[in-house]
Design a protein around this ligand. Sequence first.
Ligand code: SAM
Length: 384
Amino acid sequence: MANDRDHFESYRAQTLAKHTILEKYIFAFFNVLKNANKNLVYIDGFAGRGFYTSETGERFDGSPIRALRAIASSDDLATRVSTILIEKDAALAKDLRESVAEFYKANPKMREPQVAQGTFASELTSALDSLDARGVRLAPTFLFVDPCGVAGASFEAIRRFMANDSCELLLFFNIDGVRRIVGLKEEMGTTLAELLGSQQRAAELVAAVAACPTPARKEECIVRFYDALIRKETGAAFVTMFRVENEERRVTSHYLIHVTKHAMGFRIMKDVMWDAGKSDEGMGGLALEQASLTDEPMLIRARWEGVKAHVEKELLAGPRRVSHFYETLVMEPSNRLCEKAYRRALLELEAEGKIVVLAKDRSGAVAAARRAGTLAKDYYVRRA
Ligand SMILES: C[S@@+](CC[C@H](N)C(=O)[O-])C[C@H]1O[C@@H](n2cnc3c(N)ncnc32)[C@H](O)[C@@H]1O
């Protein structure tokens, strides 16, 4: 890409998936928090110009407008959520101001969005400094960090932000870019150190990647390094990685990484990401496959038969309430499945005669037809 401005000259399937995840999740996030909080905040750290144009000249909303639309769609959110949109490039920031002003004019009931021209790290840091100086705590905030490349996604700013209660992050993690920088070794500059929070961590990652024998292992090493780092430094137990494959080659383009300290947010985000995912098995998942793949990193995708085997294993000890799958298991930090995936696996196992669904009082079997083909959380299931 010649420069960041070119990013807005096409609207791709992966951009749509990213926007859909963002929009659906923040709507749920703010709705969960609105009753206990009069003030909520949305920050877009790499906001762009507010819109994309496709090759055919069609116009699509960018992340700031998608977020504002989700917020303005509910009176409760419109009056509670403050929005801060940060963009470094002066020309893009000017376009953004205009897009946002137009949106606000049509939605005057919402809090007026603030556009800041500057870098993500400096704007966020000065906002946090100013709150600290006044002894004010940051309201629950959703932060979207969406750089075009690797530069600018300051770990230190993210770490400081995540120290606040009920604050969550969605990060565009450009593994392709990280791989390239890691390969540069001595000449890699400060970009990797900024992404990881120190020169020492950057050197550790470079050494760890150099010791990996294959490209797939190198990718896994980078992802695990960042995953472990963000968990340790922010105290967030729940980190979800949504893998996006390159459009032409069978390699990962980037990950969308969601970071939260709350099991509920984790659970909701997995549902949202699952719907945006696409796999060669013809269903959702925590990945958007584009060039279709065979040589994937083992960390990321549970194959469908593996999911069903895992469900059957859970039933070895005896009958389970369906909520065990939909609620308990999906909230375990290492679990990469969501309610929808468990429902599908349970229904398929039932259709294959491998499990039986029991009444809510466990008195006897209840056929799928009597449940309108679905499976609510208060039924029980056991092996056939
Ligand atoms: C991928 S685009 C953002 C797209 C936007 N989030 C959307 O989905 O509509 C990245 C944007 O970040 C801007 N940018 C680059 N470095 C930045 C930095 N350090 N701080 C803030 N913005 C930056 C670029 O000018 C570009 O507009």
